[in-house]
Design a protein around this ligand. Structure first.
Ligand code: ZN
Length: 166
């Protein structure tokens, strides 16, 4: 187990802008990566973390689905794909790779995604609200996109009463 260094836009924009490659085989190295990403995400107090954010260009991310209830419930997404999306929501987003900033972002209200777990099994998940937002945000990371590209407006300290969620 180890805490990994989270790359920021400022220091490593070129890496964060790359498209991640599919995982073809879940090796012990990938399992170690997943374990280390979990420790790193919890330490950082974030909701989601993509492998590219720790410098590994593979289609992997993890989301802490328990964060709203103040417990950790990590879901590991390997080779995730969005298969359906509907509705819209607009809320605050932040990103561990864009520290100190936050902005309003429009996302689908509901998404359906498929993904593999670390045993290679395929699953489908139906998510809404915060989880749907996280899945979209993290999937964007795998394609080299950051929320700051699509935010409708940036929030500053004077915009109080709103909380950073990711
Ligand atoms: Zn992010």
């Amino acid at each position: 187990m180890a805490i990994l260094k989270i790359l920021t836009e400022e220091e490593a924009n070129d890496i964060l802008r790359k498209t991640s490659k599919p995982v073809t085989e879940i090796t012990p190295k990938i399992e170690t990566l997943l374990n280390d990403m979990k420790d790193t995400l919890i330490k950082a107090g974030g909701v989601g973390l993509a492998a590219v954010q720790v410098g590994i260009l593979r289609r992997i991310y993890i989301i802490d689905a328990g964060v709203e209830e103040d417990k950790h419930e990590i879901i590991e997404f390997i080779n995730p794909e969005i298969i359906a999306a509907e509705g819209t929501q607009e809320d605050v987003e932040g990103c561990l790779s864009v520290p100190g900033r936050r902005g309003m972002v429009k996302r689908p209200m509901k998404v359906r995604a498929k993904f593999q777990d670390r045993n290679g099994e395929w699953y489908e998940i139906e998510a809404e609200e915060l989880l749907a937002r996280c899945i979209m945000h993290e999937t964007d990371h795998l394609d080299g996109k950051l929320y700051v590209d699509i935010m409708s407006r940036e929030l500053f300290d004077e915009d109080d009463g709103e909380e950073t969620e990711e």
